[in-house]
Design a protein around this ligand. Structure first.
Ligand SMILES: [Zn+2]
Length: 281
């Protein structure tokens, strides 16, 4: 009996290798790391029920010039957002992880906690780094505004947790407006996106399952969208649209979702210009 089980495990492992070899060829991911990640996730034990695991991240879309970098390297304090890793933080500021660990007296990169302030030395500022996951579930994009003067992924995650949303910030992405220590146009990635969970940004129908939720910080029923935020939004929407093959007609504002009674993302939100820009991006 033990021999039969052992043989079945060998066959399964071979099947995993074939499956992941295809993924690795397609997306350029190291085969060995995928196999070990899969085995570590518990899928190697045949007696357990299959547990859904978010797909491995295969691509990062990185912009080298958004938001506009500062002319000289400088130090910034970064407040760790929900589900942010040290690797991601160092990547968005283009700084060496060892150096950041040294200046913050960290001995283990997993030590960092949400809300912790980290010194980031000699950076030109944050640049967008968008993790993209191979899946067919995302067919729409819904754009929101926060209708607040300020905000960051950290503060909005706290707010949404206080509302009882245990998975935190309801949006998948947040574009900052230069408040709460973030740069104007800085793109923050939410914990739901990192874990590929349903959103909590649109009550109607199955929109939280199929639509990527992006929020711009601010109230755009009162004022226009600042240029840096608009540039970052264009980059983010265009990147997602291309990767997930989302047609232009499925890129909508919250107010355009059937049944939604709201003017979100605000009457001054520049829809016509956004649609024009993403067509030619
Ligand atoms: Zn909204």
């Amino acid at each position: 009996m033990a021999k039969i089980l052992c043989n079945m495990n060998v066959i399964k492992l071979l099947l995993f290798r074939v499956k992941y070899r295809y993924c690795a060829m397609r997306f350029g991911v190291v085969l060995a790391s995928l196999i070990s990640a899969h085995l570590l996730s518990g899928c190697a034990t045949s007696a357990r029920p299959v547990v859904y695991q978010p797909p491995s991240r295969t691509v990062s879309a990185i912009s080298t010039n958004l938001p506009a970098p500062n002319a000289v390297p400088h130090n910034v304090y970064h407040e760790v957002g929900p589900s942010e890793t040290l690797w991601r933080i160092c990547s968005i500021y283009s700084v060496d992880m060892k150096t950041v660990m040294q200046v913050n007296h960290l001995t283990d990169p997993t030590q960092i906690k949400k809300g912790q302030k980290l010194l980031i030395p000699n950076t030109y500022g944050p640049r967008p780094n968008i993790p993209l996951y191979p899946t067919t579930r995302w067919t729409h994009i819904v754009i929101h505004h926060t209708a607040t003067d300020e905000g960051s992924a950290y503060s909005i995650d706290n707010l949404h947790q206080q509302r009882g949303w245990e998975n935190g910030m309801g949006y998948d992405f947040l574009i900052d407006n230069g408040t709460r220590g973030k740069a104007s146009g800085q793109i923050e990635v939410g914990p739901r996106w990192i874990k590929q969970r349903d959103g909590a940004h649109t009550k109607q129908g199955d929109w939280n399952k199929k639509a990527i939720g992006i929020a711009v910080v601010g109230n755009y029923s009162e004022t226009g969208l600042p240029d840096r935020m608009f540039d970052s939004l264009t980059f983010l929407v265009s990147t997602l649209k291309k990767f997930y093959n989302i047609p232009d007609r499925n890129i909508v504002g919250h107010r355009d979702v059937p049944g939604a009674a709201t003017e979100c993302p605000g009457k001054f939100f520049p829809w016509t210009e956004l649609k024009r820009r993403i067509k030619i991006y």
